[in-house]
Ligand binder design. Structure first.
Ligand code: AMP
Length: 291
């Protein structure tokens, strides 16, 4: 598989600069664009871009989909399979919250209301994460939860050529149930779900059955829930998704990069079908045979 190492370090946050960055992106040298005097530091984004010696790269995939659909689950499994990092901007935001840094109070207010954090903040967090990965020799990525606005999508499109965007879909009542059933082990960080979903088909919607994903005994007493997984906040996050993030689906659809995937059920049923849709089932077979 081809390899690549590209990093977003910083870039300007304006359509004008996006065009300039896309002109510059073919240059493998590190690119830094000085900010104008009137620009605040947080709107400044630069891009050092690098490829490996052959000028090739690893996969650059993006997962889109409503809260609770399972982006993290499938992105993380694919990242193991393909050997590229799974980068979830929600995790970057939660790390920032946990750090009690200067941004954390403001971010907590936004996240706990189910709103999106400002584009320049999320791009800054992502840039730092990619830069750190570059120093460790990471190549390619599977992005989860980014881009979530057209502006973010334009910035990403301006600096790299995303190969594929996987749009996971699930009926809305199941999304809500999955968010409310989500549990995280405070010790090992494992993700579980206590929701037992068995919804009949109605009003043209297919029925769906998703068994719970229960924790092992050593995690059972250490489970916590995300502060933004309350019913009120999840409903707001779904509203924000339809309002601000759905246009991102159209953005990639128009570029022929969107792969729609309706989840047929729980992980055992969905995973092999997803691999087939992505044409990577052979990799999974090889990995299983080698294990
Ligand atoms: P997630 O874990 O993906 O559900 O993200 C948790 C929260 O982090 C979201 O509800 C947003 O407040 C924030 N967030 C994550 N990714 C982004 C993004 N790309 N743009 C803006 N806010 C984001």
């Amino acid at each position: 598989m081809a390899t690549l190492n590209r990093v977003i370090r910083s870039a300007y946050y304006s359509p004008f600069t996006i065009r300039r960055l896309s002109d510059l992106v073919s240059d493998p040298a590190s690119i830094r664009i000085a900010s104008t005097p009137n620009q605040s530091p947080c709107t400044r984004i630069t891009l050092p871009v690098s490829r490996d010696a052959l000028g090739t790269r690893s996969v650059q995939w993006v997962f889109l989909g409503c809260p609770g659909v399972g982006k993290g689950t499938y992105a993380s499994r694919l990242s193991n399979l393909l050997g590229v990092p799974h980068i979830a901007t929600g995790d970057l935001v939660r790390d920032e919250l946990a750090s009690s840094g200067p941004l954390s109070k403001k971010l907590a207010e936004i996240v706990n209301k189910g709103q999106l954090v400002p584009d320049e903040v999320i791009i800054d967090l992502l840039s730092k994460r990619l830069e750190k990965g570059q120093t460790k020799g990471e190549t390619g990525f599977i992005l989860d939860g980014f881009p979530r606005t057209i502006r973010q999508a334009e910035i990403l499109e301006g600096v790299t050529d995303i190969d594929m965007v996987i749009n996971l879909k699930l009926r809305e009542d199941a999304l809500l149930a999955k968010c409310l059933g989500r549990r995280i082990c405070s010790q090992c960080g494992g993700n579980f779900n206590v929701a037992a979903i068995d919804f009949k088909g109605e009003n043209g919607q297919p029925g769906i059955c998703m068994p719970p994903l229960l924790p092992p005994p050593q995690c059972a007493s250490k489970l916590i829930t995300r502060t933004d997984d309350t019913e009120e906040v999840v409903k707001e996050r779904l509203r924000v998704y339809h309002d601000q993030c759905e246009p991102v689906e159209d953005f990639y659809r128009a570029r022929g990069k969107l792969l729609e995937f309706n989840l047929p059920g729980g992980i055992p049923e969905s995973w092999p079908k997803l691999l087939r849709a992505l044409h990577v089932e052979d990799l999974d077979n090889k990995q299983s045979a080698a294990a």
